[in-house]
Write a protein that binds this ligand. Sequence first.
Ligand code: AMP
Length: 174
Amino acid sequence: MSIETINAAIRDVVDFPKKGIIFKDITPVLKSEKLFHEVVDIIAARYEKNRPDSFAAIESRGFIFGSALAYKLNCGFIPVRKKGKLPYKTIEESYSLEYGTATLEVHEDAVRAGEKVVVIDDLLATGGTAGASVRLIERLGGKIAGLEFVIELGFLKGRANLSKYNINSIILVD
Ligand code: AMP
């Protein structure tokens, strides 16, 4: 199974959720038992010898890959959620969107001091979402062991805002 096969399964949906956006739809990758497995295995292989304590997964598509990785590598799972979804006491970080801001939260006891955490999401675009997630983990004393994405929109240069971290993506869209 090659990276090209995974790439071919990602569906471009034009003008979703709004005009001018090409939405990278990963549902065909998830539907294929081979490709879903392959994506999880590629990311897991990077951490097999140096397992993190937890995967912090970004709502909502990050949850899909993050939970599979946490299970496969026997790590914990930390949900990074949109504001207002988590039931217990939270800390929050906001980041800029094209219009306005968005806010992410984690539970205030989600990370132990010194815990090694890998942040995971389906896609890196401008890096705002991942940046806010990293700040949340670090505020709780976590150490970022890596940032993992299935797809990276290279032309948006999100990586530049996160340059001090180890960032990996499987599919790079130039
Ligand atoms: P950003 O904060 O700009 O890096 O945006 C990343 C977040 O928005 C991720 O949670 C993605 O799931 C989502 N996202 C941004 N652009 C796209 C896109 N073209 N296709 C699918 N998801 C996207």
